[in-house]
Ligand binder design. Sequence first.
Ligand code: NAD
Length: 427
Amino acid sequence: MTERITDRLAPHPESHSKFWQNAHLYFDRVYQSMNLDPTWRSVLSTPKRVLTVSCPIRMDDGRIQVFTGYRAQHSNARGPFKGGIRYDTAVNMDEVMALAMLQTWKNALVDLPYGGAKGGVVCDPRKLSMGEKERLTRRYTSEIMPIIGPMEDIPAPDAGTDGQIMSWVLDTYSMMIGHQALGVVTGKPVTLGGSLGREEATGRGVMYVLRKFLSTQNKKLSDVRIAVQGFGNVGFHAARLLAERGATIVAISERASGLFDEGGIDIDAAGRFYRENGTLNGLEGDSISNEELLACECDVLIPAAMENTVTAAVAPHIKARIVCEGANGPTTPEADEMLRENGVTLLPDILSNAGGVTVSYFEWVQGLENFFWDIKRVNSELQIIMERAFDQVNAKADEADCDYRTAAYTIAISRVAEALRLKGLFP
Ligand code: NAD
């Protein structure tokens, strides 16, 4: 019986996108080295459920446009599904399935009582008016309504979505069930039951992990020059918090432009400019392309833009000795291998960018209890969780004599596999 289930769920790698294949490659590599029961492999590598929805929206000019959306729920072995919603033209089913799986490992690694999920809508949020975005969000929420809920699946922001969009998710869900359900979504504005510190939490987590790693090398943040790719939620806050602690941010970039200053960029000023203009283009300083940023003179590279930006083509040119992944899946497996062979230390996404989901967890807990924490408590609990996760990964890497990604996956997969094993199969 178990054999048949395993066969039915077996993924067919060749029919999937590169990103999905990459996510599975990391998983498979570690799973095979762990001596775990092979019967659970397919269950662990296959999403439990993927919902595709179509959302017809009345556009401002009167036309009706249909947008495709997805919600992939990878695993709920350790608790309700949890993961972001992305608005981007590149969103596709493979991408949300891969990101949902990554989310399962991330939540397990920082030991949150959640499984992993991810959602997305194929759209360019910058080309939608506020009204169109609201109608799209409300329709998408109502379409995925049957599978979300405070105890079922809790969405959050991801690339292209923000607190305003989460407010519409909250309101749509609450209107449909007849009362406010703060626990249905995280990343809400603070006035609507959001947590203090959530907006900057991913960047703050990146800072905690990098600082902790540097301390194992007897180094401080003030000793390092950092290049940050992507200047959105993760990139901006990571750069800002690192600069506040003495790091020199020598390069930043967004989709279309970048800036280099070996003396250090004024991150607050760049942040204001980016918020006002939606680009770094026009900001005073030496401009660089995204490719040049990845290969610039620095000690630490933080890819915080999108997946697959650190490829085998750029890996040999990377001068940084530390790559701290702010984005999800920014390094392809080929680049990962090349960097390791070149002696570069890679702090993997499921560890270094887990600060966002950790404070999302705090927000969920606060919303369920209707009792709200001050910022000091949020940041100190976040620091405890991030540093504990780093210590566990560091100890596992030492013990198994492996790289940090392998160590992080080993811890995460064993936690999920253990939960599955203890629960057994239903029915
Ligand atoms: P965002 O939309 O706020 O910002 C993305 C930034 O990257 C923008 O500055 C954009 O111009 C830039 N960018 C996009 N494509 C690029 C490219 N090809 N090259 C260079 N720059 C590019 O998104 P975000 O919330 O900061 O998320 C960034 C990454 O971090 C994503 O991979 C996301 O899944 C991941 N992540 C986000 C959070 C969170 O809390 N927001 C948590 C964990 C992981």
